[in-house]
Design a protein around this ligand. Structure first.
Ligand code: F6P
Length: 538
């Protein structure tokens, strides 16, 4: 019902220009909201009061509130895998229980957190030493997808708090990644963390074996074990791989890979920034959970962020959205959000298996500002495709002596959303060209290249400063946004069957690429590519 009403309303808006919505002096206040120090402004979009009411009605119809409670209370909302979805439990300090199948999961969560803290502090203080003496100076986290993107993103984001051993992240099965990472490291003072929920992922297990060989060759086979730790749900497999159980940090199947940074998968971050800062990160996530669970309607930030996304993609039909953090240390956030959003909501059937009748999630992409301004913003401003932009920026930078640079950063961020909305009309472009002395056809031709259509929507998230707490808020905000979008679309945001087929085919192709098997049965293109690679490979 609301889908149709929303589409009708969008049609009725016709050529509405966002700028004209600001004839209402209360627009900025009415179409923005705050939560625990964050400000989310969606006033530079075409969402008006009617659109917002209809979007909220859509969320009501989809049963977001009930589904949200089902998630927080451990019901098995991941219906295709029969699992609860409880990454929120990893950041829940209690004391109220969170139950799965009638059992409170918090005692185990807190016990594992304590073990992680003991291990991280042991490494940081030098209490846990390499077998050959000295201190662990470098930690290499080997994982991929959710076992890499989150901790790698957060380690970079929290660089000003990084006072522990150096952290390195290896994900790609391309041997170049581990080669270049290990190159220059001293095996005698390097700890390797194998991060894999399933402990079967081919990239991670291959890289882990390479790291084991690298270590064994230098510190001796007997000592290798004391250079490893593991983060996984598959404790039988970590044991079979030979990792001492005292160095294995486990988690349950109700933590999805792309939602796993809050628990053992975050160990690298904890080693880098210390226990207190990691706890602040958890507290930020928990603050966002409380807000999401209690704030009503338009005062609920994840809900409004999600509904803004639905408005732009499913109603207006804009195919992508750009995430543009004006914060260099959030350089990996767009990649992190790509997995979070696209692996969660890139689905083609509804929960009941019927084909989706509405578009699923959009393409999510981005880069930090101001770098992106000198790369792809041209298309955003003047291309034929409308790209809704999600800006984010800190009110304050982390470098007090470079405050003037932070002011420039903020000015650039605000300038972009203003330019996207206002554009430059033909008259103004003509005036510009006339001022340069042009006239006639040439003036007209040149002016047209300088027109910005404007009316391009954007949102802006402002946070006080990129502290661990704020990072926790931002990550949880986006997690809940993905959740709401999934519920409104009626899909399961917590499985990822779409990545399995390629994995199975890669396994079958490996012996073919190696030349141990022929290409019979392969399609002509694949067979020809294999032949070329075999002819030209080493
Ligand atoms: O790419 C699929 C996927 O299962 C992701 O969802 C997950 O984050 C990643 O692989 C890594 O999985 P694991 O932690 O089990 O190695």
């Amino acid at each position: 019902m609301s889908w149709d009403a929303l589409k009708d309303h969008r049609d009725e808006q016709g050529g509405l220009r966002i700028e004209t919505l600001f004839d209402d002096p209360g627009r900025a206040a009415a179409f923005s909201l705050r939560a625990d120090g964050l400000l989310f402004d969606y006033s530079k979009t075409c969402i008006d009061a009617t659109a917002r009411d209809l979007l909220l009605a859509l969320a009501d119809e989809a049963g977001v509130t009930a589904r949200r409670e089902a998630m927080f209370t451990g019901q098995k909302i991941n219906e295709t895998e029969g699992r609860a979805v409880l990454h929120t439990a990893l950041r829940n300090p209690g004391p109220d229980p969170v139950e799965v199948d009638g059992q409170d999961v918090l005692p185990e969560v807190h016990a594992t957190l304590k073990r992680m803290e003991d291990f991280a502090e042991g490494l940081r203080s030098g209490r846990i030493r390499p077998p050959g003496g000295g201190r662990f100076t470098d930690v290499v986290n080997i994982g991929i997808g959710g076992s890499d993107l989150g901790p790698a993103m957060a380690t970079l984001a929290l660089a000003p708090y990084h006072d522990g051993p150096r952290l390195h992240y290896v994900s790609n099965v391309d041997g170049a990644h581990i080669h270049d990472t290990l190159d220059g490291l001293d095996p005698a003072t390097t700890l390797v963390i194998v991060a894999s929920k399933t402990f079967t992922t081919i990239e991670t297990m291959t890289n882990a074996a390479t790291a084991r060989d690298w270590l064994a060759g230098r510190v001796g086979t007997d000592n290798v074990g004391r250079h490893f730790a593991a983060l996984s749900s598959a404790l039988d497999k970590t044991a079979a791989w030979g990792i001492d159980p005292s160095r294995v940090f486990g988690f349950e199947d109700w933590v999805g890979g792309r939602y796993s940074i809050w628990g053992p998968i975050g160990l690298g971050v904890m080693i880098a920034v210390g226990v207190k800062n990691f706890r602040d990160f958890l507290a930020g996530g928990y603050a966002m959970d409380r807000h999401f669970r209690t704030a009503e309607g338009a005062a609920n930030m994840p809900l409004m962020l999600a509904l803004t996304g639905i408005w732009h993609h499913q109603i207006c039909g804009y195919p992508t959205r750009a995430v543009l953090p004006y914060e260099q240390r959030l350089a990996r956030l767009p990649a992190y959000l790509q997995q979070l959003e696209m692996e969660s909501n890139g689905k083609r059937v509804a929960m009941d298996g019927a084909p989706l009748e509405i578009a699923s999630g959009p393409v999510v992409w981005g880069e930090p500002g101001t770098n992106g301004q000198h790369a792809f913003y041209q298309l955003i401003h003047q291309g034929t495709m409308v790209v809704p932009c999600e800006f984010m920026v800190g009110a304050e930078g982390q470098e007090p002596d470079l405050a003037h640079q932070h002011r420039l950063l903020v000015a650039n961020c605000l300038a972009q959303s203003e330019a996207l909305m206002k554009g430059r009309p033909l008259d103004a472009a003509r005036e510009m060209m006339a001022a340069t002395g042009l006239a006639g056809d040439e003036l007209e031709r040149q002016a047209r290249h300088r027109v910005f259509p404007g009316n391009r929507p954007s949102t802006t998230l402002v946070y006080p400063r990129l502290t661990p707490f704020v990072l926790g808020q931002i990550v949880a905000l986006y997690e809940h946004r993905v959740f709401v979008e999934g519920v409104v679309l009626g899909i399961n945001s917590f499985d990822q069957w779409g990545v399995e087929l390629g994995k199975a085919l890669a396994r079958a192709l490996e012996p073919i690429v190696a030349g141990d098997e022929g290409t019979e049965g392969k399609d002509g293109s694949t067979a020809a590519l294999v032949a070329f690679i075999r002819e030209n490979g080493g």
